[in-house]
Design a protein around this ligand. Structure first.
Ligand SMILES: *Cc1c(COP(=O)(O)O)cnc(C)c1O
Length: 344
């Protein structure tokens, strides 16, 4: 595939995300802030229930699964994982079986994303939180062997779909966004996104370096610290260049050098009490943005990132940016399990 913005060569992709997603100007909030112009790249609109950022990564991952002859997808995440929900629904649409390995106890109620996983008919295994990370490799091997013994073939997708293959999804988004910013009459000074497993930030960082070098990409961490994401995002980009050396070579004219020295900017000051735990300022931000722009954020990812972005603007840290684009990564179903935290 090639487009007007560049001649980036992409690997095979299943076409599931509604794209390009719109770039919208937030006129009310921009007026309130009386500072930079705020824009939002509506990746919450990649679909209504397949919505959010994971769909873009899964388009490339599912294409690879199909090419390898897999019939089953295994992936993992929290009980309210948006990534697992998107995988479960896409698996149905693309004709795969799906098995989710979820971190935590089985809740009494099937709320939010978990309800949708159930509706999609995914097989679900729950594992204790405390040892989940350290034993995850073992869980994946166990189930892959299990399906192999049944004469089936399982394709494993890591947390958040963040690996070399998934990275293509946000390289492609960066290409869309570059074209849209130019059409809107600016070259974005700053792209901001929520960062959880790092793949979105990795794709945007690489894409900006190739296509829009004056743009600064900031990942707002919702877990882990900046040092962790510097390593993780850097490693994903290097793995991408190695795994897709042939395609990368075709893209060589536009590849920045050296890849392992790309600046990776992560802000870890707005995580709050922890992953999926939010303070009152986050629920306040959700109400403020819904009431001023009719735009919905979620307490796990996008509201933390948005709150952090507003705080950074307020502090004057980004005073040299005339235009800031918030990449909205979805997550609306994660709002409902937090209903008890809202005070009206
Ligand atoms: C997974 C997710 C993110 C984080 O994206 P990563 O690529 O995992 O860093 C951000 N927002 C939402 C709504 C998500 O579901």
């Amino acid at each position: 595939m090639s487009t007007a913005a560049s001649n980036i060569q992409y690997p095979d992709r299943l076409d599931f995300a509604l794209s390009p997603t719109p770039l919208q100007y937030l006129s009310n909030l921009s007026k309130e802030l009386d500072g930079p112009r705020l824009w939002v790249k509506r990746d919450d609109l990649t679909g209504s229930h397949l919505s959010g950022n994971k769909v873009r990564k899964l388009e490339f991952l599912f294409a690879q699964a199909r090419a390898l002859g897999a019939d089953t997808i295994i992936t993992c995440g929290g009980v309210q994982s948006n990534h697992c929900r998107a995988t479960a629904l896409l698996a149905v649409q693309a004709g795969f079986k799906c098995h989710l390995l979820l971190r935590g106890d089985e809740p009494e109620l099937n709320d939010g994303n978990l309800l949708l996983d159930r509706l999609a008919g995914a097989t679900i295994s729950f594992y204790p939180s405390h040892s989940f990370e350290s034993r995850l490799g073992e869980y994946f091997s166990h189930w892959q062997q299990h399906y192999f013994d049944l004469g089936r073939k399982a394709y494993a997708i890591p947390t958040g779909g963040s690996n070399a293959t998934g990275l293509w999804g946000y390289l492609r988004c960066a290409e869309e966004l570059t074209v849209q910013c130019a059409a809107a009459g600016f070259s974005a000074n700053h792209w901001v996104t929520a960062t959880g497993s790092g793949g979105t930030q990795a794709g945007l960082t690489l894409g900006a370096a190739i296509l829009s070098p004056a743009t600064c990409v900031t990942g707002m961490a919702v877990c882990d610290d900046s040092a962790y994401f510097a390593r993780k995002v850097g490693a994903d980009i290097v793995a991408w260049a190695e795994e897709f050396a042939e395609l990368s070579l075709q893209n060589t004219q536009s590849l920045p050098e050296p890849l392992n020295a790309l600046p990776v900017t992560t802000n870890d000051r707005y995580i709050g009490p922890g992953y999926a735990l939010a303070g009152p300022e986050i629920y306040q931000t959700i109400k403020r943005v819904a009431a001023t722009e009719g735009l919905l954020l979620d307490p796990v990812y996008t509201a933390k990132a948005f709150h952090g972005m507003l705080a950074e603007i307020d502090s004057g840290a980004w005073a040299n940016a005339d235009d800031i684009v918030f990449v909205h990564t979805g997550g609306v179903f994660g709002l409902f399990p937090h209903k008890q935290h809202f005070i009206f």
